[in-house]
Design a protein around this ligand. Structure first.
Ligand code: D54
Ligand code: ZN
Length: 279
C-alpha cells in the first residue's frame, strides 16, 4: 500500500497571511507510520519526498506512483532511509541489508526492486525517508551513528546541548542532492538549531521523534524577521522552505532527523541568524 499527497511551494508573502490551519496544511506532515503502508508527501520544494514505511505483518514494496511518471520509484531518484523503530531489513535488487535502530541506508538511482520487512512484528521497523531527483547513480551505502561525522554543539546553560550526526553527507556517502542526519538533545536541553540559520539554496525537512509521553515540540519557521510556529507531536515531520529558518523548542529533550536537497552538498554553508535578530 502506498498513500501519497502533494504539497505546493509557497511564497513568504503568502505564508505571512496563513492562520494556524493553513500553516499546518502546507508544512506539517502528521502521519508517517501506518501498518504495512508507505506514507509519503511529495513537496514541490526541490521535489523532496518525505515519507515513512512501517512493515508489520508483511513485506512492503517501494512502489512507484502517478506523480513520478516513472517505471519504478528510483528510476530518476535517490533515497535515504533512517530506521527509528526496531530492527528491519531493506532488500534492494535481491540484496538484503539489516538496518538496526538509528542506522541509515542510501539507495541510488537505478535500484529497481526495493522492499522492507521488520524482524519482529511486535517491534516493527520504522523507516523514515527522504528522496530527491538524481542525475547520477551512486552505490548503495549503509551507515551507523558510529560511522557518522559527529559534532557536539551548544551548552546546558543555553538549553541547546546536542549531538549532530551527519549520516548521509559528502564525506561518507556519495549522493546527488541528498544530505541526512540525526540530532539528539541531551537531557535538560530543549532547543534545536539555536542560533538558527537559513540556506536559500536548499530546502530542508525535520522529523521529530523520541518526544516522550506528555511532551511536545514547537517548530519555528518563516523568514527570520517574520516567524511562525507549528506544534509537533511525536513522529511528525515539517517542511522547511529554502527561505525559512528551522529550529524548535520542546517541553523536554527529544531527537530529530534532518534532510536536505537543493543546490549543493555543502552542509556548512548556512547563513546564521543571531537570536536577537529574530522577530
Ligand atoms: O542545515 C542543517 C540542519 O538544519 C541541522 O543539521 C541542524 C541541526 O541538526 C542542529 O543544529 O541541531
Ligand atoms: Zn538547516
Amino acid at each position: 500500500m502506498i498513500n501519497t499527497s502533494t504539497r505546493y511551494a509557497t511564497h513568504p508573502s503568502q505564508v505571512k497571511q496563513f492562520d494556524t490551519a493553513q500553516l499546518r496544511e502546507h508544512f506539517l506532515i502528521e502521519t508517517l507510520f501506518v501498518d504495512d503502508t508507505i506514507e509519503l508527501v511529495y513537496s514541490h520544494f526541490d521535489r523532496l519526498i518525505v515519507g515513512g514505511i512501517k512493515p508489520v505483518s508483511q513485506t512492503v514494496k517501494l512502489e512507484t506512483f502517478e506523480s513520478l511518471k516513472a517505471n519504478y520509484f528510483l528510476e530518476r531518484r535517490e533515497i535515504g532511509l533512517i530506521n527509528v523503530g526496531g530492527t528491519g531489513t531493506v532488500i534492494a535488487d535481491g540484496e538484503s541489508y539489516t538496518i538496526n535502530p538509528k542506522e541509515a541506508i542510501y539507495l541510488g538511482r537505478g535500484v529497481k526492486d526495493v522492499s522492507f520487512a521488520s524482524e519482529k512484528k511486535e517491534d516493527p521497523a520504522l523507516f523514515y525517508f527522504n528522496s530527491a531527483p538524481a542525475h547520477a547513480a551512486f552505490p548503495i551505502a549503509k551507515t551507523s551513528l558510529e560511522a557518522a561525522e559527529t559534532v557536539v554543539l551548544g551548552s546546558s546553560e543555553n538549553a541547546n546541548h546536542r549531538t549532530i550526526r551527519k549520516l548521509i553527507i559528502q564525506a561518507n556517502v556519495q549522493s546527488c542532492q541528498l544530505q541526512m542526519g540525526l540530532t539528539e538533545l541531551k537531557p535538560g536541553s530543549v532547543w534545536n538549531t539555536m542560533p538558527p540559520h537559513t540556506h536559500d539554496r536548499r530546502m530542508e525537512a525535520y522529523f521529530y521523534f523520541n518526544i516522550s509521553e506528555g511532551n511536545t515540540v514547537s517548530h519555528f519557521m518563516g523568514q527570520p524577521e517574520e516567524t511562525r510556529h507549528i506544534w509537533m507531536k511525536n513522529n511528525q515531520a515539517v517542511i522547511s522552505p529554502p527561505w525559512s529558518i528551522h529550529c524548535g523548542v520542546g517541553t523536554a529533550n527529544y531527537s530529530f532527523i534532518w534532510g536536505m536537497a537543493g543546490e549543493n552538498l555543502d552542509y556548512g554553508d548556512m547563513d546564521q541568524v543571531k537570536p536577537q535578530e529574530l522577530r
